[in-house]
Design a protein around this ligand. Structure first.
Ligand code: ATP
Length: 543
């Protein structure tokens, strides 16, 4: 069972050092997140697996790492300055700021013909605020999603130093098309891959790391002969889907969705989204678009673009002619991918029933907590409803809902209610003894590959052997750690929770016969194995 609520994942991420709210010592910065020690390992592994699959394991791809800051003209001719914006309206009654086109579609059942029609509907009081129902909406205005900054030491007040933080990595690849083609002596079809930060001043960020204003993309621009674009598009749809499945995403949680005509960007001939069944519903993981020759033409010198220095085209030796290649763009989010792998890998379960009186005591406390939330003044209505609903469901389902209670106990808002201290006092102990949380991450994605424990920490010979095994595994290229800070059962549980696929335990027998116990996270089976075989066996399983 993958995670059923995003809160469970947020709570695990915070508790175990995957993801922290950014700048929390100053109260945070909304919808901005920092990857902690385990999160950075996981996300790096996702990016590495992607790079290996789309660059190293193919013969038709090159990598690139273009600068985030680019000449402003790139964004002029790519169309972003003019069109990369959403129409927003403000509700004068509740101060919400919904996307006016979404309100139009939801309430009138069809797409608007443009800003003019949206504003006519607002003026005629035909649209209402999706949050509070008021019809007192301001005229919709386009809101540009690109972050602006300026280069140079002096802010001249005009726009001469204006640059944008790139809203996608794609343009860096288009404007380098000629450089890569010439220096790498490439023939079509070939592609460029790039991983890097992108920035969008999103109006509605949220759902943890799913939609943020600063995020990382893993993008490919694959250039083909016009006419061969449709087959290349199919190839990439299949390849990219396979990549997620090979890394363990469950097939039933991944789907291919064809974008409808009205959803297509103006330059796209066809676009297919790979969607994942996140706890909040099916949502885009990656878009795979056929962008035709739009981008290379846009950055080529022409009557419409007198600023470009030349033409981005291709000389086909076989056909003895110049033409502008078509491009297929598989564009994935590193953060969204990481979140999907986390959600999919998550499993929690009740491993044994707590005593009935303990459950009853805990239920009383959680019900008490729900009532306190209800009485609490000055708390945001949404937060109040969320906490109350969660507490009521948990109380009704105990002890089966113990894993969900762990999430609630970690919730910063819940911590503001006094009675939560008592809930924690009783709940943490019961949860620790009776639940098991596991991340069934693919071994190649797991932040740690192997943890090594001595059976007794006050036995120098065991400690020394365990440490030396850990060092050998590190030298063999694995992410290995040593831990002796608890009883073995507890150490296994901690590693399960962060997805470490294997634990190695050194005991007294190890000193005699040079064998150790290797415990598998998913099956919980323990096997005795000769020391010398561990490195090669685990390395082979990582491949
Ligand atoms: P959405 O409609 O979900 O905002 P999009 O269609 O605007 O996404 P694209 O422009 O196609 O997204 O970007 C390609 C990929 O980059 C997306 O599939 C997603 O994985 C990632 N991505 C885009 N915007 C964000 C964001 N604000 N936060 C995190 N990842 C993002």
């Amino acid at each position: 069972m993958p995670a059923s609520s995003l809160e469970t994942i947020v709570s695990l991420c915070k508790r175990r050092g995957f993801v922290f709210p950014s700048s929390s010592v100053y109260g945070g910065l909304g919808s901005t997140w920092d990857y902690g020690p385990l999160g950075v390992e996981l996300k790096n592994n996702v990016k590495r697996a992607w790079w290996r699959s789309v660059v190293h394991e193919r013969d038709d791809m090159e990598g690139l790492d273009a600068a985030i800051l680019m000449n402003r003209l790139v964004w002029k001719y790519s169309g972003h300055e003019a069109t990369f914006s959403d129409p927003m309206t403000d509700c004068r009654a509740c101060k919400a700021r919904p996307r006016a086109d979404h309100v139009f579609v939801a309430q009138k059942g069809r797409d608007p013909k443009g800003l003019v029609e949206i504003n006519a509907a607002i003026a005629a009081k035909e649209l209402s605020c999706p949050k509070c129902g008021s019809k007192d909406l301001t005229e919709a205005r386009p809101f540009n999603l690109m972050f602006r900054t300026s280069v140079g030491p002096v802010d001249t007040g005009d726009e001469s130093g204006l640059v944008y933080l790139r809203p996608e990595t794609a343009q860096g690849m288009f404007v380098n098309f000629g450089n890569v083609l010439d220096t790498m002596r490439r023939k079509l079809p070939f592609g460029i891959a790039q991983v890097g930060k992108a920035f969008r001043n999103e109006i509605t960020p949220g759902n943890f790391t799913f939609r943020t204003r600063e995020f990382e993309q893993m993008e490919i621009e694959y250039f083909v002969r016009p006419g061969e674009d449709e087959a290349a598009h199919e190839m990439w749809i299949a390849e990219r889907k396979k990549w997620y499945l090979d890394l363990g995403l469950r097939a039933e949680n991944l789907r291919v969705r064809e974008q409808e005509k009205h959803e297509l960007a103006h330059y796209a001939k066809r676009c297919v989204d790979l969607e994942y069944l996140f706890p909040m519903g099916w949502s885009e993981l990656e878009g795979i678009a056929n962008r035709t020759d739009f981008d290379l033409k846009a950055h080529s010198r022409s009557p419409g673009n007198p600023d470009a220095v030349g033409e981005l085209h291709y000389f086909d030796q076989e056909q003895k002619k110049h033409y502008v290649p078509y491009v297929i763009e598989p564009s994935a989010g590193a953060d969204r991918g990481t979140l999907a792998f986390l959600c999919d890998a998550y499993e929690d379960s009740l491993v044994k029933e707590p005593a009935a009186e303990d459950t009853a005591k805990l239920r009383d406390l959680v019900e008490n907590f729900a009532r306190s939330v209800g009485r609490r003044e000055g708390m945001d209505v949404d937060v109040k409803q969320r906490l109350q609903a969660a507490a009521e469901t948990i109380a009704a389902g105990l002890p089966g809902t113990l894993p969900r209670l762990i999430g609630l106990m970690d919730d910063a808002e819940a911590g503001k209610i006094e009675v939560m201290k008592k809930v924690r006092g009783v709940g943490e102990k019961i949860a620790e003894e009776h639940t098991r949380t596991v991340l069934h991450l693919h071994p190649r994605l797991a932040p740690l590959t192997v943890a090594v424990f001595p059976l007794k920490r006050n036995e120098p010979r065991l400690v020394e052997l365990a440490r030396s095994i850990k060092r050998d595994l590190q030298r063999a290229g694995m992410r290995a750690v040593y831990d002796d800070t608890g009883a073995i059962g507890k150490l296994y549980r901690r590693q399960d929770e962060i997805g470490t696929p294997w634990c190695v335990t050194v005991d007294f027998q190890s000193l005699d016969d040079q064998t150790v116990t290797v415990r598998d996270r998913d099956t919980m089976q323990q096997e005795r194995a000769p020391l010398a075989e561990i490195g090669p066996t685990l390395s082979a399983r990582l491949r």
